[in-house]
Design a protein around this ligand. Structure first.
Ligand code: 13P
Length: 249
């Protein structure tokens, strides 16, 4: 049984004042009695706001997490944040291998797999992101690229640990561009990824990310292999995030 999930990725946005308002609205509209039934909703916030998020969402139906994690459990790694530290703040999720980190921080699929392993060791659920560029899609390389990114995780973690991960398909050309993959394009890649997951594909949620908004969420989430979404811009406003979460119910 695959869980349905909608996870907000706040990226590098927020302030204490703005977060208080957004988290309060999320708790009230998505975390209480009127919450969307059968959907796990979470927000992945910048590191400094984890304590604030924990305080605001503890006791609600909402989960929270971070957007990156060190591959190391502790040590002389200036500027890094370890998975056990995230766990201390009640985090359930951590995003690993987002295309923005692969592109601008030189993260390889091997490092992403090591980060996923570190997260799992601390009891967190890694959300492993894969996705192709526009150039790769147009040259027919989509399956080669996303399959290659995922296979490093499969080899590193093995199927048992992989079954405890979430996978997110985020075509790079659809992130922050307003241009989402069509439901059919998303479905085709999700079905491919699920086949790649083998037995773990029966339990791993595969989320779609890239310009999900209230107007397209229902059609994307209706696809048989789309188990929910990883939401960027639309997670920053409750007026957008709430209908996106409800579209998954
Ligand atoms: P947008 O929803 O802003 O396109 O971002 C998607 C994303 O990168 C989520 O991780």
């Amino acid at each position: 049984m695959r869980a349905k999930r909608v996870v907000g990725n706040w990226k590098m946005h927020g302030s204490l004042g703005r977060n208080a308002e957004l988290l309060g609205e999320c708790a009230r509209r998505l975390g209480g009695q009127d919450r969307p039934v059968g959907v796990e909703v979470a927000v992945c916030v910048p590191f400094p706001y984890l304590a604030q998020t924990q305080a605001a969402l503890a006791g609600t139906a909402l989960a929270w997490g971070a957007q990156d994690v060190s591959a190391h459990a502790q040590g002389a790694y200036t500027g890094e944040v370890a998975a056990p530290m995230l766990a201390e703040f009640g985090a359930r999720y951590v995003i690993v291998g987002h295309s923005e980190r692969r592109a601008w921080h030189g993260e390889t699929s091997a490092l992403v797999a090591a980060k996923a392993a570190a997260a799992l060791a601390a009891g967190l659920t890694p959300i492993v992101c894969v996705g192709e560029s526009l150039e790769e899609r147009e040259s027919g390389m989509t399956e080669t690229v996303v399959g290659g990114q995922l296979s490093v995780c499969i080899e590193t973690l093995g199927l048992d640990l992989l079954a405890r991960c979430v996978v997110a398909y985020e075509p790079v050309w659809a992130i922050g561009t307003g241009r989402n993959a069509t439901p059919e394009q998303a479905q085709a890649v999700h079905a491919f990824l699920r086949r790649r997951l083998g037995k773990a594909g029966d339990v791993v949620s595969v989320l779609y990310g890239g310009s999900v908004k209230p107007s397209n969420a229902a059609a994307l989430f209706a696809m048989p292999d789309v188990d929910g979404g990883l939401i960027g811009g639309a997670a920053l406003s409750i007026e957008d995030f709430e209908p996106v979460c409800r579209a998954c119910a």
